[in-house]
Every structure is written in structure tokens, then in C-alpha cells.
Design a protein around this ligand. Sequence first.
Ligand SMILES: Cc1cc2nc3c(=O)[nH]c(=O)nc-3n(C[C@H](O)[C@H](O)[C@H](O)COP(=O)(O)O)c2cc1C
Length: 166
Amino acid sequence: MTATALTAREFRNALGQFATGVTVVTVEREPGSVFGMTANAFTSVSLNPMLILICVDERAKILPLLHKKKRFGISVLKQGQQAVSEYFAQAEQNSEAEHRLGLRYRWTPEGVPILEDTVVQLSCSVVAAHAAGDHTIVVGEVEDAEIHGGEPLLFYRGEYRHIARQ
Ligand SMILES: Cc1cc2nc3c(=O)[nH]c(=O)nc-3n(C[C@H](O)[C@H](O)[C@H](O)COP(=O)(O)O)c2cc1C
């Protein structure tokens, strides 16, 4: 099959064969309030300096906040946190829903909100943003990382999975 014959559905199916973890990108929306977005397009980029990237849909509500605040958190979800992933994949976010889901944040001294009770938590500053098709590649320099452990939630072929030992 040539690239021109590829449909959007086939493209998504093809990329869905690549298993990923699931992260929540968090940013301060207003003083003391958080906006988050579920993202599996998360990759390590560089060791020195310590860089990661996330790919953010150009229509995503979090994008202007990332440009404005220039700092964000990334938390890798744990096995069993599908509801958290789904919550941050929709636009309507409010404190009652967060309370029901038992979500808690901690704030870094730089004012970055980080989602607690997750496998690993990074705080980053935005060092570059590159438009790429209908997404923006946001490059973050990692300022701090806390490993809390536990098994990660996986995303594969459009479904949530969990790790099993061989
Ligand atoms: C498992 C999963 C992974 C996702 N990964 C990304 C991603 O890497 N980048 C992205 O822009 N949106 C991703 N999304 C979609 C966003 O979470 C969100 O639904 C979308 O950006 C709409 O956001 P809005 O409410 O701000 O318009 C993902 C959704 C799910 C459920």
C-alpha cells in the first residue's frame, strides 16, 4: 500500500499497534486551579539537557495555557486509573468531579501542579514549541522528577491494558 492510499482510520490503526503508557499533562489555569489533558504522545528527547516532548492537538484547550504559563507537570498513570485518563480527555473539569475521583495535586515551588498517586511525576518548563501538522510538539526541560512506583496503565489498539509478566 502506498502512503497516498492510507486513510486516516488505517493510519490510526497502524499507530495503535504501538503500546504506550498514559500521562496527564497538568498546568495552572487560574491561581490555585488546574487544567489537565490526557496524553500518550510523550517521549524522552535528550539526556543533557534533560528534555521530553508531548504532542498537543492544536485545538486542545491546554495548548494556550502551556504557551502562557511555560511550565507544566506530567504524571504517568497507574494501572486501574482508566477513569482518571477518561476524565482528563474531556473538556469539562471541575472540583466536584475531581473529588469523586479522589484526585489530589501537589504544587511545586515554581507553581506547577502535579497529579498525586501516579507512577512518576515530572515538572517541566517549556523550552520550544514546534507546529507539526495539526499538533504542536511541546518540548519541556525536566526540572524535577519523583518516582512513586507502582504498575503503569497501558494504552494499546485503542484500549487500556496492564502489564503482565512473561
Ligand atoms: C489515552 C489517550 C491519549 C491521548 N493522547 C493525546 C495526546 O498525546 N495529545 C493530544 O493532543 N490529545 C490526546 N488525547 C486527547 C486529549 O486527552 C483530549 O481529549 C483532547 O485534546 C480534547 O481536549 P479539549 O477538551 O481540550 O478539546 C488522548 C486521549 C486519550 C484517551
